[in-house]
Design a protein around this ligand. Sequence first.
Ligand SMILES: NC(=O)c1ccc[n+]([C@@H]2O[C@H](COP(=O)([O-])OP(=O)(O)OC[C@H]3O[C@@H](n4cnc5c(N)ncnc54)[C@H](OP(=O)(O)O)[C@@H]3O)[C@@H](O)[C@H]2O)c1
Length: 334
Amino acid sequence: MDTRPLGTTGPQVSALGLGCMGMSALYGDADRSEAVATVHAALEAGVTLLDTGDFYAMGHNEMLIGEALRTAPAGLREQALTSVKFGALRDPDGNWGGVDGRPAAVRNFAAYSLQRLGVDHIDVYRIARADPDVPIEETVGAIAELVEKGYVRHIGLSEVGADTIRRAAATAPISDLQIEYSLVSRAIEEQILPTTRELGIGVTAYGVLSRGLISGHFNADRTLAVNDFRAHSPRFQGDNLRHNLTLVEALREVAEHKGVSVAQIAIAWVLSRGEDIVPLVGARTRERLTESLGALDVTLDAADLAAIERAVPAGSAAGDRYPAPQMAHLGTTE
Ligand SMILES: NC(=O)c1ccc[n+]([C@@H]2O[C@H](COP(=O)([O-])OP(=O)(O)OC[C@H]3O[C@@H](n4cnc5c(N)ncnc54)[C@H](OP(=O)(O)O)[C@@H]3O)[C@@H](O)[C@H]2O)c1
């Protein structure tokens, strides 16, 4: 598989990373054995980057990845690079309780993650959302100490704006910013991408299928469980959803003309935005993984890109990408 660098200081990783969140949480029930098989299939296909968060089902996702690494065929475990987010606080009912970026908390979170993953170091470690009460310099400084001690290899960021990126980069080398980027979430193009590019920081793009919305597999009749993120996401509600699905149908025409699937053209579009961008695909079955990996074989020429742009013009999606209270904690205001 092609590889891409995570910034000028980070590791070389597979051109597509595997986002493991949906294997434990936020998109309804997932099948554990199929999830483990999907991680193995990804490693076999040459995927090296596995993304998780310690708060995805309160440690469940890290333990799942730990199991997948333990049971991976010989040689594949060694190629896996773990990207872990921390900081989000939960309670036993799963409720969210803010974020903690204090240095003592950083060390505590890391100690538990290493155990759950069953590894001696984390490849990229990042706070999921900047703690509004703790300067980013303190949080990043605490991760830098973990780098010095060998427990972490690289420092990442997640969903922060240009000023915070600059402050973090002035504190320690930053490999990549993890942030939402897709045909329907292009806000990073204005300020954030120019900033990461100026500073030599890579981007791991999440939500490249807008959480399944632009995968070509989502429809308005789908019933979402109350603990499914999409049941509360503005983009998946009523008129917004109906409008957004018309964009998907326009994209489907472009995809069919090229002989590829909607998900593949959506992922290929993110891949085409620059070598500094690594899409994280949220496949949780081998079938979806195979479809996603097919995007690596899709080449988009100028005519294709123009057709995609006509089908899904920038800013054409209806509804914010998160519910209102969560929008305040993101790197972009859209
Ligand atoms: N830093 C952050 O703030 C942040 C936030 C969210 C996520 N992330 C990370 O980014 C990763 C990816 O995000 P995401 O899961 O929201 O992204 P996504 O890839 O946009 O969405 C995944 C959803 O798309 C559906 N889907 C349909 N066709 C697919 C295909 N061919 N391949 C993959 N998925 C397909 C899946 O549904 P079915 O399985 O039902 O088909 C799944 O529910 C996460 O796993 C997580 O590690 C980071």
